[in-house]
Ligand binder design. Sequence first.
Ligand code: SF4
Ligand code: SF4
Length: 382
Amino acid sequence: MELAELVARRPFPAAGLLLGLTRRCPLSCAHCSTGSGLSTRQEPDGRQLERFVGSFTAENRPDVVMLTGGEPLLLPALAERLSTLARSAGSRTALLSGMFFARSGALPAGRSGTARFGRRRSIPPAILRAIRSVDHFSASLDVHHEREVSRADVFRALHLVREEGVAVSLHLTGTGGSDPYLADLTRAVEEEFGGQVPCLVNEVRPFGRAASWARATRTGPDPAAASPCSMAAWPVVAFDGRVLACCNQDTVDRRPAPAHLDLGHIAEDDWATVRRRALESPMLRMLRTVGPAHLAARFGSGPRPGSYCDGCRALGGDEAVAAGARSVAGGAAGALLDLTAAMRGSREGAQGVVRRHGCAEYAPLVVTGEPARPGTDGRDIR
Ligand code: SF4
Ligand code: SF4
């Protein structure tokens, strides 16, 4: 499965599922919004995760399951079992890693050499089995990650993964389309892999790594204007096993979870239940279609102070808003509204998704083999 296929499914409600395997991570990137580290031990119960993924059926399953963290490869055997379970039901799986295992000195020497650079090195067997078990492998790389794991080490490990026949991509972040670091990094990726490794390029923002798949559309000058939230499409399993409707890290971490964004818990609920709640909730349909500010302005006491997501979280206890959402987005009409919004969001495929929610200037890089196009400063970025 290539990156573009995965990203193109992002606008469709419950087409994907994000599983946070652990908050732990051996790295300590400065921008880490999950606050991960080796001492931050918080992770869902592995047996509950397996039971939840084991509840997928051929007829009722997410198309894509994304294994993330923290660092999911700290639990390679669990990642492999979950991927195998999901794939047996027909889902496809992807794993996003910070690449701790690729650090010079972290990769054990391969049979063919022991030199620090320029010789083949191998990936630890348990980690390699987990990587082989997924349909897509993504590596994070940005200025903060590079202080933890060098670019050369990440590239070398990605070559090894590609040799295993697993599709790979890079998740890059920078400050925007004119960021010279991003220009340098994307050029280096192009040179290293000859245009065969796609990149999802995002701007640094205060959300967790799961949110690198999409971000909330910001409200413009008119706070009551429709501004749909595309992050409310794929359910997220948080580090305590609770299932949230969106991947905003503040929302994923907050307890109690806002009622309208709470889809259940993997200890009690199966996938069919979570999916039904995600698809049939009039509040979620309205968030995906018009966004929280419009919803508040139309049915509640008007747009609320604070950020886009603060306003959304505050809607949880507003019965007038819930009733308004039911009146517009309940039943078959609401389902049609939701589907129409998803179709609109997917009209331009993966590149359209990145143009709207990632770093627009680098949207073509989400697809391999795209023709060269000028960057905003006149340079070719591909
Ligand atoms: S690799 Fe990811 S999870 Fe780990 S510290 Fe860096 S940003 Fe956080
Ligand atoms: S908190 Fe609400 S607006 Fe923010 S990402 Fe989640 S669903 Fe969207």
